[in-house]
Ligand binder design. Sequence first.
Ligand SMILES: NC(=O)c1ccc[n+]([C@@H]2O[C@H](COP(=O)([O-])OP(=O)(O)OC[C@H]3O[C@@H](n4cnc5c(N)ncnc54)[C@H](O)[C@@H]3O)[C@@H](O)[C@H]2O)c1
Length: 386
Amino acid sequence: MYTIKTLNAISPVGLAKLPKNLFEVLVDSDAPDGVLVRSANMLDTEFKPNLLAIARAGAGVNNIPLERCSEQGIVVFNTPGANSNAVAELVTGMLIAGSRNLAAAAQWTAGLKGDPDMAKNVEKGKKQFVGGEIKGKTLGVIGLGAIGAKVANNAIHLGMEVYGYDPYISIEAAWSLSGKVHHCVNLNDMLPLCDFVTIHVPYLPTTKDTINAQTLSLCKDGVRILNYARGELVNNDAILEALDSGKAGAYLTDFPCEAVLGHPGVVCTPHLGASTPEAEDNCAEMAATEISDYLRNGNITHSVNMPEVSQPRAGGKRICIIHKNEPGMISQITGLTTAGKLNIENMVNKSKKDMAYTMLDVTGAVDPQIAQKLAAIPAIIRVRVL
Ligand SMILES: NC(=O)c1ccc[n+]([C@@H]2O[C@H](COP(=O)([O-])OP(=O)(O)OC[C@H]3O[C@@H](n4cnc5c(N)ncnc54)[C@H](O)[C@@H]3O)[C@@H](O)[C@H]2O)c1
């Protein structure tokens, strides 16, 4: 029986992934085997030696002390992409909302309250908000990860011509992408083709101001820019100047700030992208599945501090070893399993920066002392026999 401590309210959909016969889920536990957390600050939390894993229901992990977790052999998981449908749906909606000027139109219409000539004024006033359909228009997607790929696919279904730019696209994202998305190897070649441009890359020093005066100058006149990734990816001065000159037709963003709020052509939402109950359920479900598979089988999926290692069990016992990424580890480990007359049915060893993980499926009589013997090797941090 494993004990899981929840530090925040975790969706019941997620907790349902932890069967009651195998897991005891508690709000209060002094020495849990695993922790499920959303935003609670764990930076100063002291970890008991038996804590094996922390799973964050969400993408960011800046509330968890990663270095300390690695040193103590605690695997930290997150849930990348679990909120991608929520963001992609909002962006897809905003493509249409932006094209039809819905935000300004709704605001203007609200001002008609109490107008005795409402019906007449509705017909008279609507001209100023008329916007085009998105079917047949071109969309450029910068970043084809979990969110960008879904946005691209949605736009294809809505009849748009879609171009995609992502020099580092993952195999998983590439498989999920519609074959109708045109692949662009150069951002500068893609921008002049697009009526709409949407950005879905992480914010890094190298992606700051991806949309700037130079990239905007390459765009079609009247281009509509959507930014539901991070405010810093679009240079505020450049986008406001482009709106004023007519170079840009609209700037739709989830990141309001003093500089852009209220500027004509800007539509801001209050960081609503991932804020859906479904996204919360998805994150909790993924986090619970990851922690369960690690505690029960030693498999590591979506860890931020350990390598990805996941294998079906090959029978017999499974020995899971977290160790430093140093030369000579495999020979030291297999030296002990050979001395213990164990036959290795399957072995995987992977590293991530300074950390490494070795998982062996072995048959033969496993000496109950093997874990202690392995743990006595200086670079080995944690050993489990499952
Ligand atoms: N509005 C919200 O509430 C909300 C919610 C979730 C995520 N986000 C933001 O959306 C971003 C994307 O999320 P995701 O889940 O799709 O991430 P992801 O990691 O699945 O995808 C990011 C993609 O960007 C690509 N990329 C990186 N640098 C690039 C570059 N210079 N040019 C082109 N492509 C590049 C990567 O190869 C990857 O495919 C996140 O970084 C986050 O900032 C916003």
